[in-house]
Design a protein around this ligand. Structure first.
Ligand code: FES
Length: 113
């Protein structure tokens, strides 16, 4: 059910299909978890490290120009070692759902294997 604390996010899956989904801002949820809940990437291909910034399976390309939290050291380090990295790459598990992200658009990066 849609609640006032939900925001809308557009997620383009690895096949190029766009999905508009709702995500709660009051559950300390991150983008990787939102993608998993909506089953927008096959189980086992995203969130492998459980959101510890240690696998890069949750890499996404940020398509809208929302102001995002700065990358911490772990995220920078992981993206340095990941495949398919672009200037707009972020680790989905490191971006938490907040009201500021209303209307965010992102694309899930290809699998790295
Ligand atoms: S889930 Fe492993 S780095 Fe994000």
């Amino acid at each position: 059910m849609f609640q006032m604390s939900d925001i809308k996010i557009t997620i383009i899956d690895r096949e190029g299909v766009a999905h508009m989904v709702e995500a709660p801002t009051d559950m300390n949820m991150n983008l990787m978890e939102v993608i998993r809940i909506h089953e927008l990437a096959p189980e086992g291909t995203i969130g492998i490290c459980g959101g510890m910034a240690m696998c890069a399976s949750c890499q996404c390309y940020m398509l809208s120009d929302h102001e995002l939290p700065e990358k911490n050291f772990e995220e920078e380090d992981m993206l340095d070692q990941a495949f398919h990295v672009q200037d707009n790459s972020r680790l989905g598990c490191q971006i938490f759902i907040t009201p500021e992200l209303e209307g965010l658009e992102l694309k899930i990066a290809p699998e790295s294997t």
